[in-house]
Ligand binder design. Sequence first.
Ligand code: NAP
Length: 248
Amino acid sequence: MSKTILITGASRGIGRATALLAGARCWSVGVNYAGNRQAAESVVAEVEAAGGSAVAIQGDVAEEAEVIAMFDATEAAFGPLDGVVINAGIAAQSMPLAEMEASRIKRLFDVNVYGAFLCAREAARRLSTSRGGRGGAIVIVSSVSSRLGSPFEFIDYAASKGAMDTLAIGLARELGREGVRVNAVRPGLTATEIHATAGQPDRAARLGETTPMGRAAEPSEIAEPILWLLSDAASYTSGAVLDVSGGR
Ligand code: NAP
């Protein structure tokens, strides 16, 4: 069955791969991005070429008005939402906690936690059957760092993902009778640009070699379980936190 979904941070990486898979199923996709319009427009073209529909929507998840506007824009283009992927996230340079500037910690929590909560709240409002929604699924992109802690790299990032695990568990329980399933996916090392934005372009390849499977994931390998959790095939899966980490 065709679905309408919004993916935050869909211009690149895991969000982009998820949008392309949704396109291949002929779904309609709101492709949110922060600043990279060209990349988002190219994802829209790829989704359309795959058989789906898409619209690019600029918006910072850490700004409430922009979050509401990105939900509005998706529904204006394609009608009521069936699913939301809370994926947008940032990392930062590796260092021990004692070295971190307060401004870095604040921005990381603003985007990864506050932004994700704003998106989850908006998804709960739009999807819940008691509020006029038609039910659906929310998938939250966490990270295995939530259980590894990322010492000497980015404890702040790891802790922001711990909050995602808790959000998925709690919200699944709140929305169980609202026709809404909520789950988290915890990717391991994945070959995307997030590592370069955090100053280590080779991080996924270098550390991927040390993992049980000896390599990093491709973004499509994270997108597949996200699509499954959004789909009706996962109709009794809610409150799950799924490691997609190659055994790490
Ligand atoms: P990425 O390649 O760096 O892409 C990040 C995406 O998020 C881009 O589309 C970017 O938009 C968007 N974005 C960034 N800040 C935003 C904001 N404030 N508001 C809206 N959109 C924003 O990252 P990725 O590796 O695909 O990561 C996706 C998710 O997976 C993140 O939550 C990340 O923490 C998680 N994750 C990644 C890995 C990994 O190894 N890659 C592992 C575990 C978990 P622009 O293009 O406009 O900048």
